[in-house]
Design a protein around this ligand. Structure first.
Ligand code: DX5
Ligand code: ZN
Length: 216
């Protein structure tokens, strides 16, 4: 099954972001995945709106933003400002998920809900019909370059069943340790979109890897 590919900016060369963004713009990547970390929800910091504004100006691909922060809804205006296509918030960071999802959609963005590796798919049962996307973490969020957790393949199958049996239109995206090998297992299990950081940016032929992932 053809996959939507969303290279993760976290693995780009921050000493020369312009060059990596040029590579992304001229590649067949569908989206650009943006990881925002606050050092509280995850044990790491990345970058915030001032850097993002610059990235958004240079990037011609739709932005797929993944907020690994407590109180993600505080950043809704900033996400609108950079014209994000997708705003992904963590299930674990939202008490009032239905309200948050409604607000994201009312702002004209796609609403994505992200699950940590230990959060079961069945918890989405009562909200799946409202979602545009579910982002399944296949590593514990916080760092690029980690090892893929194989159980994620089962979660993709389970989520595929939930989506198909409820008539939900949500896309299934997977994030963490995705490369051509793990990507193939995910695509076969029913994923729609793959995030890839190290597999793309640390390869000698990043555009070639993007193309391979798209055609799994
Ligand atoms: C991890 C981030 C991922 C990360 C993926 O917390 O959410 O998006 O950048 O990087 P790789 O593909 O290298 O695991
Ligand atoms: Zn991510």
């Amino acid at each position: 099954m053809a996959q939507i590919v969303s290279p993760s900016l976290l693995s780009a060369n921050f000493g020369n972001l312009q060059e990596d963004l040029r590579m992304i713009n001229s590649s067949s990547a569908d989206w650009l995945h943006i990881d925002i970390m606050d050092g509280v929800f995850v044990p790491n910091l990345s970058f915030g709106p001032p850097v993002l504004k610059y990235v958004a100006e240079l990037c011609e691909k739709p932005l797929d933003v993944h907020l690994m922060v407590v109180e993600p809804m505080k950043y809704l205006p900033a996400m609108k400002d950079i014209n994000a296509r997708i705003m992904n918030i963590h299930y674990e960071a939202c008490t009032h998920l239905h309200r948050a999802v409604t607000q994201i959609k009312d702002s004209g963005m796609m609403a994505g809900v992200t699950l940590n590796p230990s959060t079961p798919v069945c918890l989405l049962k009562d909200i799946i019909g409202e979602l545009d996307l579910v982002l399944l973490m296949s590593v514990n969020p916080g760092f690029g370059g980690q090892k893929f957790i194989p159980h994620t393949v089962n979660k993709v199958k389970e989520l595929r069943e939930l989506i198909d049996s409820t008539g939900s239109k949500a896309l299934i995206e997977v994030d963490g340790g995705v490369n051509v090998n793990t990507g193939k297992l995910l695509a076969e299990a029913g994923s729609d979109a793959l995030v890839a950081g190290n597999a793309v940016f640390k390869d000698a032929d990043p555009q070639g890897v993007i193309e391979l992932l798209r055609n799994l």
